[in-house]
Write a protein that binds this ligand. Structure first.
Ligand code: BTN
Length: 269
């Protein structure tokens, strides 16, 4: 395994055991690592063996799903994005963001951090507090090809002042394990697992990960309330995930599926 070093404005070229190469751009400060790749993907070299990755110590405009912000500060976590090229069209990539969650859970488990679960579509929670967020942004045509910018934020050690400005219950790896974790080691392991999982996703789609995903779902069989983009809400019991990554909910009017999109979900006690 390779080791990467954060804290310098520079580009590293790293080669994994499977001969895939990561072109790692490291910034001390940037608006958003997703923005960088979205703005530059056409000029970045892309071939099957070279994957652009951008990591930043500080993001001044870190973004989350549904127009939310992703807050971080010096040393509080890992914030990075990678660019992956798919021959498939955007329509076939609906389950991609869910699949990334599986990769992160696998890496956490490889470090014996076993109690973290997924929340549809792609948050990682510990005791209902958010540890990690994923923002996948696609550029391409319905029939392909597609560039996917995959952004990941993992909380390592949040200060109490940072926690107080985040408008949801959050946690970090230090709070969960009582230990300080090395972001370089974690990033290395995550990049390797992402490559494995993205190759399998490319070949087999989300259906290949569906059962594993459900086994990690914090809200499986739980009663939840969905808030839809038109601001209406739906209450029902979570009954798994479909092969395209949509959520299956048993409501008072029967089974309904909800596609990954601007939907938020919360537990009803
Ligand atoms: C969410 O929880 O809604 C998704 C959060 C994703 C945050 C990461 S941090 C790295 C990358 N750059 C961004 O601006 N956002 C993602």
């Amino acid at each position: 395994m390779f080791i990467v070093l954060l804290n310098k404005d520079k580009i590293l070229r790293l080669t994994s055991d499977s001969s895939l190469t990561f072109d790692l751009h490291i910034f001390n400060k940037i608006d958003s690592t997703n923005n960088f790749l979205l703005n530059n993907f056409q000029s970045l070299q892309l071939d099957n063996n070279s994957i652009p990755v951008v990591a930043a110590e500080i993001q001044t405009k870190g973004r989350g799903r549904i127009g939310r912000s992703w807050h971080s500060e010096l040393g509080s976590g890992l914030t990075f994005s990678l660019l992956w090229f798919f021959k498939k069209g955007t329509a076939e990539l609906a389950g991609l963001s869910l699949t990334i969650g599986v990769a992160i859970i696998r890496v956490l488990r490889s470090f014996f951090i076993n109690q973290v679960q997924l929340k549809w579509p792609n948050d990682l929670l510990h005791n209902n507090c958010k540890l990690c967020g994923i923002l996948v942004e696609l550029r391409g045509k319905a029939n392909g090809p597609t560039h996917a910018v995959i952004g990941i934020g993992v909380n390592f050690n949040l200060s109490s002042s940072l926690k107080s400005i985040i408008q949801q219950d959050v946690t970090d790896l230090y709070q969960i394990t009582g230990k300080h974790h090395d972001r370089n080691v974690f990033l290395s392991a995550l990049l390797l697992e992402l490559c494995n999982i993205l190759s399998d996703f490319q070949a087999h789609g989300f259906a290949y990960f569906r059962d594993e995903w459900i086994s990690y779902h914090a809200y499986q069989d739980k009663i939840v309330k969905l808030t839809l983009p038109n601001n209406t809400s739906v209450i029902g019991r979570v009954d798994g995930i479909n092969a395209d990554g949509s959520l299956c909910l048993l409501t008072s009017t029967g089974y309904h599926s909800f596609s990954v999109g601007d939907i938020s979900m919360r537990l009803i006690d």
